[in-house]
Design a binder for this molecule. Structure first.
Ligand code: ZN
Length: 306
């Protein structure tokens, strides 16, 4: 996972820093900010430096409800998050209140824990702030998850991709047309390459998706077909997925396509195509795809890291 750097969140320079070696790091302490989930990291730093008078933001890392990870003091700088545990403990704060911890936030906290273990070359003790200090932190929900061992099966959650068309496309007769998804609503794991274009699942992965598109300009009764296809990174389309048949209706025709289960290999991406067998030039005027995908390469890596 990527860590958003201090420069990227516009951090102030610390007033001072005390370094610590990995040999001294034995604990991993989870916190919450007990503020709004959309609170900026910079405002937390301002409060810690100006309100509390600390040298820097107190935590070593912060995680937001979208799962984004922000560098605080970093791995090997003594923090200001838990008295008597700032040298031994790496402090990680979820930005939000009790009940705000999403699967994405937990997954990122777990990733930081695993990464700390890799760097320390041993397992760190999993603690909630309340284990070492009289506080409600990190909230009942997050604390229960820490006590349960920060379950890593959250890695099995599928990635979610939601895209739609933003420009109508022409649909000439007897030609498979690959639909372009110009608008991206959700794609945290970047299956929708470069936030545009026709591919919406990246292999190697298991996946499922539904596509809904609107076609205009067809004579009622005209035959249409739709299919998933795999596009090779090296160029070229292969292996047309299940083909579904439709008939044009009066007015707009709506194609509802669903592929409940399939796999796509390494070096291939999934796209969606429509064809019609009338004589007129029709248009694809609107469309959406919603996909769930379980990347198989990442799953193997996560299982090894857990
Ligand atoms: Zn705390």
């Amino acid at each position: 996972m990527d860590i958003i750097s201090r420069a990227e969140w516009d951090a102030r320079a610390p007033r001072s820093r005390i370094k610590v070696s990995w040999s001294k790091r034995t604990e991993f302490v989870v916190h919450y900010s007990e503020g709004p989930a959309d609170q900026s990291v910079r405002s937390i730093q301002d409060f810690h430096m100006d309100g509390r008078g600390w040298a820097d933001i107190g935590y070593n890392f912060l995680v937001d409800v979208s799962g984004r990870i922000y560098a605080g003091r970093g791995w090997l700088v003594v923090g200001a998050h838990a008295p008597d545990h700032n040298t031994s403990g790496i402090g990680v704060c979820m930005i939000g209140r009790d009940g705000d911890a999403t699967a994405a936030a937990k997954r990122s906290i777990r990733w930081l824990y695993d990464e700390a273990g890799r760097r320390a070359d041993r397992k760190l003790k999993k603690l909630g702030h309340r284990d070492v200090y009289a506080t409600s932190c990190p909230g009942d929900e997050l604390y229960a998850w820490v006590r349960a061992g920060m379950p890593a099966d959250l890695y099995d959650l599928p990635d979610y991709v939601s895209v739609s068309m933003d420009t109508a496309q022409s649909l000439p007769p007897n030609t498979w047309v690959t639909i372009d998804w110009g608008r991206e609503h959700s794609d945290r794991e970047h299956h929708h390459r470069d936030a545009g274009g026709p591919s919406f699942v990246e292999g190697p992965a298991r996946y499922a998706f539904t596509a809904n598109v609107q076609v205009d300009g067809l004579t009622p009764g005209t035959g249409l077909r739709a299919r998933a296809i795999e596009h090779a990174d090296s160029g070229g389309d292969i292996a047309g997925g299940p083909i579904a048949d439709y008939l044009a209706t009066k007015g707009s025709t709506f194609v509802h396509y669903s592929l409940p289960a399939d796999t796509v290999g390494d070096g291939y991406r999934v796209r969606f195509q429509v064809i019609h067998h009338g004589t007129e030039a029709a248009r694809i005027t609107a469309g959406t795809v919603k996909a769930l995908t379980w990347p198989t390469k990442g799953a193997v890596q996560a299982a090894r890291a857990a």
